[in-house]
Write a new protein. Structure first.
Length: 396
């Protein structure tokens, strides 16, 4: 192949890739939310196929529609009840945390005095000439912060408060105005869920008929990739998050029992740290370690020691259980995942933080099986799925 032909082929491939990326961007930017009820309904219908087939086998294919409806209604109950309980608990935790934060802010001047004393003690080893200048700067800064900590110095006046209240009322009205549309989407999603569950086999056969002869098994491959990668990863990290949340809740409960921490807001903090801990490169230490240092400065060594013990416990257990639970199912580099979170947030908003990393995981899974070739990988790491990818489907 001549150099001109290579350049032409490169440009054609580049244009094709740009077109595909453009279509993906347009879909997630403008079409995702309108079709989201149907996508979620089909996703949940796929998950219900195994129990539905088991019930069909036991009932000898009788009452197929009834079983589909009952499974969907049971699934809705299983999903809604925990969500309602968690939301009620979450609202209570937020209320308690706001009360605690208000009380803490009222003690801010005292905190600044304690911080000032700790900083002066920490720099006591410096020569007198340097110490005098540094200590004077610390004293002035902390005193100014302590004395100026009021609404007017923070730039908050009655007009600001009024504008904030007005904005809040407008936001509540906007949410209330969209409730009928949200309710309609939920109702349509539930109906579509029932129909997808009931007619899943017919829908899959119809879609397969529309594909070219060489792509007939594409849907089966996508399903296999989903089961073996995405669903496995979500299940694994959900279990890790649950274990981390239990560790934090238990540790905070013990600290509350010994008087090192006050309030019932500990479960809200545990949930926030759990979410932060699952982010790549972040970890629970990004919150627990600074919190421990602040506790040590303000004279609460029991809390500082307790937080460090909790952090060490979480880290040790995480290092032990993560390889066993997650394994090498995906092997996506943390920096790639972090970049996916960032660009997903910038391009598509909050939902993009989930869409882009999952899309990257899916592409990697197809690339590892050789279905697509976006980048080269060592031959020994390529997964040979050609001979076994349909085994599970045939068994079902």
């Amino acid at each position: 192949m001549s150099s001109v032909e290579k350049k032409r082929a490169f440009l054609i491939n580049l244009a094709f890739l740009a077109a595909v990326l453009g279509l993906i961007f347009v879909f997630f930017k403008y079409l995702f939310w309108p079709v989201a009820p149907f996508l979620l309904s089909f996703f949940f219908a796929v998950l219900l196929q195994r129990p539905l087939r088991w019930l069909d086998k036991k009932a000898k294919k009788k009452c197929h529609t009834l079983w589909a409806i009952l499974l969907v209604l049971l699934s809705i109950m299983i999903i809604l009840v925990p969500i309602i309980l968690l939301l009620s608990r979450f609202i209570a935790e937020i209320s308690n945390f706001v009360s605690y934060l208000t009380a803490s802010l009222s003690d801010f001047p005292e905190f600044m005095k304690t911080l000032q004393a700790a900083l002066l003690k920490a720099i006591a080893f410096l020569p007198d000439s340097i110490y005098n200048k540094a200590s004077q700067s610390i004293i002035e800064s902390t005193n100014n912060l302590a004395n100026d900590f009021n609404l007017s110095k923070l730039g908050i006046d009655m007009s600001t408060v009024s504008n904030t209240i007005s904005t809040g009322v407008t936001g509540v009205y906007s949410v209330a105005k969209n409730v009928p549309g949200i309710a309609l989407s939920i109702v349509i999603g539930i109906i579509a869920w029932i129909l997808f569950t009931k007619d899943y086999d017919k829908i899959v056969r119809f879609l397969q008929l529309q594909l070219p002869d060489g792509k007939k098994n594409l849907l089966v491959e996508i399903k296999q990739v989903f089961y073996k990668t995405i669903l496995k990863m979500v299940r694994a990290y959900s279990l890790i998050m649950l274990i981390t949340f239990c560790e934090l809740s238990l540790g905070f409960s013990i600290l509350r029992m010994i008087g090192a921490i006050n309030g019932t807001y500990i479960y809200l903090i545990a949930l926030a740290i759990t979410i932060f801990d699952i982010l790549p490169v972040a970890g629970s230490g990004g919150i627990l370690v600074p919190w421990a240092l602040i506790a040590l400065i303000i004279g609460n060594p029991k809390l500082a020691i307790g937080l460090i013990i909790i952090y060490i416990t979480i880290t040790v257990i995480r290092q032990y259980i993560e390889p066993k639970i997650v394994g090498d199912s995906l092997g996506v580099n943390p920096i790639i995942t972090l970049a996916g979170l960032y660009f997903g947030l910038k391009l598509f908003g909050f939902i993009g933080m989930f869409i882009v990393p999952i899309s990257v995981m899916t592409l990697k899974a197809f690339n590892d099986t050789g279905r697509i070739q976006l980048w080269k990988i060592p031959a020994e790491k390529r997964i040979d799925e050609n001979s076994k990818i349909f085994n599970r489907e045939k068994k079902e």
